[in-house]
Write a protein that binds this ligand. Structure first.
Ligand code: NAD
Ligand code: WQD
Length: 356
């Protein structure tokens, strides 16, 4: 392939992926390696497992360099950047992401999500790494007044401490790029779901999942008696809430294009913001129907009241990312459900083999 061939003739670009053992990070490491990048992961394994690194190596044939430490640790993060001055870019995934948990313990979220970003920015600044890709979230929009939601839509008052950390992080980036001569791309993800087709990597929900797709696959695997549909009285065609679900592999590929854009000096401003979704909204009911169709498993479903804090409907205008990044989501809802189910079945097999 073009990129890989080109990279064998010059030094491979070297990318730090923080949170690279996690759900989106691990898929991104795979796509980066498959495009010829050299990857170093930093992760404290607070929400992931060390064997993800072996699994990445199994998929790509290349073992990424891995450092296990907490990025809120100033001394360790400084020592890491001091010894890694050859980085061409950083993709910063590392953060806590459970909305409900953030409401119960806001300070843990501000501490982890903001301190890790500050330590990374300090390390980049002191040791001359210019390019940062940051994991932001569609949660910054709340319930937008206009759909599909564009990057220029106003950021609404945060509904959770988690969402607040993403808004604050974008502000930190806005002022830091200008002051320190850095460049950043903030990617606002809509609803990432699915897993790698190998079923070697995927999402590892700790405890009972709050998100729809892991709850569906766990219910189908017999871990829950029934799936609850939160709200059937929304102003949507079938009354259930609508979201823009995006396959994690499509999302991962967008990070590769963002990194290439930065390294190639193609950014149009010091801080760029892109929505990452498919541009299509699906209702909870449609997601359940797609899952049942591709898996052949019928779910026991119960309708209950709305979940507090949920917005009615949101989906992305992705035209900016399509045009500027030259990226477009390729995988549809059926691919998302099929891969999520394959991953759940792989988890079930390792559970019965006593490995979970
Ligand atoms: P994840 O929990 O699977 O991955 C995050 C990784 O970061 C984990 O491996 C965890 O161990 C690590 N980590 C957390 N804090 C750390 C620290 N202080 N030092 C070192 N490592 C640390 O989550 P994910 O779903 O892959 O999300 C990645 C990023 O994308 C997060 O910033 C998240 O907020 C953002 N995001 C996720 C979603 C989603 O629905 N999954 C949606 C929008 C945005
Ligand atoms: C989707 C829809 C639920 C579970 C969350 C975060 C957001 C982002 C992505 C990080 C909603 C319904 C769910 C269930 C259901 N993360 N649902 N039964 O809430 O859109 O977004 O994850 O940035 O910040 O808030 O995703 O998967 O939880 O819910 O009916 O058991 O499914 O009410 O309408 P959400 P979700």
């Amino acid at each position: 392939m073009g990129i890989a061939k080109m990279d064998t003739r010059r030094r491979q670009s070297r990318i730090l992926v923080t949170g690279g053992a996690g759900f989106i990070g691990s898929h991104t490491v795979v796509e980066l390696q498959q495009c010829g990048y050299s990857v170093v992961i930093v992760d404290n394994l607070s929400n992931s497992r060390a064997d993800v690194v072996d699994r990445i190596a199994k998929i790509t044939g290349v073992r990424p360099e891995f450092h296990e430490f907490d990025l809120t640790d100033r001394a360790k993060t400084e020592a890491f950047f001091a010894s890694a001055s050859d980085l061409d870019a950083v993709i910063h995934f590392a953060a806590f992401k459970a909305v409900g948990e953030s409401v119960r313990d806001p300070l843990a979220y501000y501490r982890n999500n903001l301190e890790s970003l500050l330590r990374v920015l300090e390390g980049m600044r002191r040791h001359g790494t210019q390019n940062l890709v940051f994991s932001s979230s569609a949660t910054v929009y709340g319930q937008p007044d206009e759909l599909p939601v564009r990057e220029t839509s106003p950021v609404q008052e945060a509904w959770s401490p988690y969402g607040s950390t993403k808004q604050m992080a974008e502000e930190i980036l806005r002022f830091s790029v200008a002051a320190y001569g850095l460049r950043a791309i903030a990617l606002r993800y809509f609803n990432p779901v699915g897993a790698h087709e190998s079923a070697l990597i995927g999402e590892l929900p700790l405890g009972v999942p709050n998100n729809l797709v892991p709850f569906i696959t766990q219910t189908a695997a017999g871990l829950h008696d029934c799936l609850e549909v939160f709200g059937t009285d929304y102003g949507t065609p079938d009354g259930t809430a609508v979201r823009d679900y995006i396959h994690v592999v499509d999302l991962a590929r967008a990070h590769v294009t963002a990194v290439a854009r930065m390294i190639g000096g193609k950014t149009r401003s010091d801080l760029e913001v892109f929505n990452l979704g498919t541009g299509k909204g699906y209702s909870v009911r449609e997601v359940i129907d797609a899952f049942e169709r591709v898996s052949g498993v019928r779910l026991n479903v119960r309708t209950v009241g709305r979940r507090s804090g949920d917005v009615e409907q949101v989906w992305a205008d992705t035209s900016l990312a399509n045009r500027e990044l030259g990226w477009k989501a390729e995988k549809g809802l059926d691919d998302m459900m099929r891969s999520a189910w394959k991953w759940e079945q792989a988890l079930s097999r390792s559970r019965s083999a006593g490995k979970e």
